[in-house]
Every structure is written in structure tokens, then in C-alpha cells.
Design a protein around this ligand. Structure first.
Ligand SMILES: [Fe+2]
Length: 369
């Protein structure tokens, strides 16, 4: 009887249309965008506000995206096992990843497993509260790498034409700049921020010459840091809009694992050897030598350097940055950055509509509303 009653209640809710709170028209855009369910499947939301649900749904979407890209890295460069199945590895690619660290394959495996667990947990939690989980399966249509070791399945993300923003490297070394206070940051690998480069071998033709497959592995090494610094800012940024204490606990418990990932990748990227890819001219400079080098580039400065926070009247402090609500680490900015990264090359307009709607709603969430 309880089930039937709940079901009737849900139908009635859907017929009445969407009940919206302070966070605005949650779900309306998703309906237009082709995801046929509103944020709440039932009137009961388990003490969550519309804003809480919007934040959790956006994070679920991001974790789905992360899971998809990490899965591709794991198939070719990680360890394929019962925890992270799929693919059979590319020995030449793994050999070059191991130049960055002998344990790279294990770290790739573990990062992949973590993202899958984040995705599954967030969607299960949403469902437990009567909210609708996020499903992006209809957009899994991008091509797989043709290199030996990759599964041939549809993907959500592209890793074969990336434009990687490596300014996180200098952002975490600066003692005087913070993006939340208007700071701007130099690229560690300027070449990666212009043009499009593969971070996984596109086919077995990419496995030689030596400097080419090393450049691909090193691109991955910097891309790992780029992706995980994003999560490192996103969780504390969105946490400030959360109302429900348990939802806050979720964000404060998942977010720092993104930072653990970031810290690992930050360390490993610094081991990428200086080289020029003979096939496309991409340069990985020696970050410890002029015109690089010094405080802003030195490869063993991997912990967040103290910098300005909130106001320049305070002393510099070691912090995650950015974290301003709806700022450059927020939901909309994250999707904009992932798009500029090339992750979504080949996705249809509807995909961007869906993601932007989720992002706008998450950024609009305010504590207590
Ligand atoms: Fe994650």
C-alpha cells in the first residue's frame, strides 16, 4: 500500500508540474533537454532542499564524466582487474607513463575506481531521497581509441584531441595570486594549451617514435592533474551552497579524495621529461631551468604554496583555490573548462544543454534556500 500511495503521489506531482523553490526551475531544462524526469521523483525529498539536490545531481554528472575518462585511461594505461574491468593495456604507453612514476598504472586504476564509487554513491543517495539520479548513457557515442588494449565502446568523453590548461601548476605555486582575487597564471606547458593533442594513443601508429608516445603519456600526466584540481575546487565551492548537514558531510568527505588524487598527479607530472614531439612539435620544457624554473615552476614544490585568501589584509595561507561560490571553480566554470579542454568534442548541442542546466542550478544553490 505504501508503494502504491507513493506511486500515486508521484504521478500527481508530475501532473501538477514542477514545484520549484528558491533555486529556480529545477528540472524544466532537463525536460527540454531530453532527460525526461524532474529533479524530484516524489514530493518527499528527505530533508534536502532543491539546492541540495541540484548540487548532488551536478556532482553526479561530473563523476559520470570523470568515470568515463578515467575508464579510458585505465583500459590502456592502468591495471585491468575485477575492481576496474575493461581493456587489456598498451605496453608501450604504460612504459612511458612509468617514466613519470613506476606506480602510475596502480594510481590510474585507483583513481578510476574512486570516480566510479563517487558516481554510484551520489546516484544511490539521490535515489534514496526520492530525487532522480543522473544518467548520461544516451550520450555515450564518442569513438574509442583504436589502439590495442582499448575496448570498442561508445564514450562520453574525448581524450584524443585535448587542449590542456596547465595553469594549475603555477596557480598552486604562487604566493601572491589567487583566481578568486583576480589572479592570472602562466602555463607550465604552453604548447599543451594551444592546439589539440592525444592523451592516449589513438591507434597503434601512435606507439612510435619514442618521443611521440612519451609526449602522449606526459600529456596524460598533466591532464590527470588538470582534471583532479577541478574536483579539488568544485567540492568546496559547491559545499558552501549546501543546506542539509548530511549532504554537507558527503561533499566534505568526497571532495578531499579529489585533492588526494590531485596531489598525487601534481607530483608525477613534474617527472615528465623535457622533449619535443617530432610528429607535431609539442614541447615539454625543463620546468626547473630558465625561462621556467624558480618559485612558479620548480617541480618539487607540489604542496599548495601559501597565498592571498579572502582579502589581501590577511597573511598568505596554504589553501585550495579557487573556492568562490559560482566563481572559476564553480559548476558552470567547470563545464566551460572541460569543454575548452576538448573533453566533449563530438557531443551534440543537447549534451551541452543538459550539462549547463545542471551546472546553472548547482551554482544557484544557496544555503538555507
Ligand atoms: Fe570523483
Amino acid at each position: 500500500m505504501q508503494q502504491a500511495k507513493a506511486s500515486t503521489s508521484r504521478r500527481s506531482f508530475l501532473q501538477k508540474g514542477l514545484v520549484v523553490g528558491g533555486a529556480g526551475t529545477i528540472g524544466a531544462g532537463l525536460l527540454a533537454g531530453g532527460l525526461s524526469l524532474p529533479a524530484f521523483a516524489e514530493e518527499e525529498s528527505g530533508g534536502l532542499t532543491q539546492g541540495d539536490v541540484a548540487i548532488l545531481r551536478f556532482l553526479a554528472a561530473v563523476e559520470i564524466i570523470e568515470s568515463d575518462l578515467w575508464q579510458q585511461y585505465n583500459e590502456l594505461g592502468g591495471i585491468q582487474d575485477s575492481e576496474v574491468p575493461g581493456g587489456s593495456g598498451s605496453k608501450p604507453y604504460i612504459a612511458k607513463l612509468q617514466v613519470l612514476d613506476g606506480d602510475m598504472s596502480q594510481y590510474i586504476h585507483d583513481n578510476t575506481e574512486d570516480e566510479f564509487s563517487h558516481m554510484a554513491f551520489l546516484n544511490a543517495y539521490l535515489a534514496s531521497k526520492g530525487a532522480v539520479p543522473v544518467n548520461l548513457d544516451k550520450f555515450r557515442n564518442l569513438p574509442s581509441s583504436k589502439a590495442t588494449g582499448a575496448q570498442q565502446i561508445g564514450r562520453l568523453t574525448n581524450l584524443m584531441q585535448l587542449t590542456v590548461d596547465t595553469s594549475w601548476w603555477t596557480r598552486y605555486r604562487s604566493r601572491t595570486q589567487n583566481p578568486d582575487l583576480g589572479g592570472t597564471f602562466a602555463q607550465a606547458i604552453p604548447g599543451l594549451s594551444k592546439g589539440q593533442f592525444p592523451a592516449i594513443p589513438r591507434s597503434d601508429a601512435d606507439l612510435a617514435p619514442d618521443a611521440h608516445i612519451q609526449a602522449i603519456a606526459s600529456t596524460a600526466g598533466f591532464h590527470f592533474g588538470y582534471i583532479e584540481q577541478g574536483g579539488t575546487s568544485l567540492y568546496p565551492t559547491l559545499a558552501q551552497g549546501v543546506t542539509n548537514l548530511e549532504v554537507l558531510r558527503i561533499l566534505l568527505s568526497i571532495g578531499p579524495t579529489e585533492t588526494a588524487h590531485f596531489q598525487t598527479w601534481h607530483d608525477k607530472a613534474g617527472n615528465a621529461p623535457a622533449l619535443t614531439d617530432p610528429t607535431n612539435g609539442l614541447v615539454f620544457p625543463d620546468l626547473n631551468a630558465a625561462p621556467f624554473g624558480g618559485q612558479n615552476f620548480q617541480t618539487n614544490l607540489i604542496m599548495p604554496e601559501p597565498t592571498v585568501f579572502l582579502s589581501r589584509k590577511f597573511p598568505p595561507v596554504s589553501i585550495i583555490r579557487p573556492t568562490q561560490i559560482a566563481g572559476s571553480g564553480g559548476a558552470v566554470a567547470t563545464i566551460k573548462s572541460f569543454t575548452a579542454d576538448g573533453l566533449f568534442i563530438g557531443q551534440p548541442p543537447e549534451f551541452f544543454t543538459v550539462l549547463n542546466e545542471l551546472a546553472v542550478q548547482a551554482d544557484a544553490a544557496r544555503r538555507g534556500l
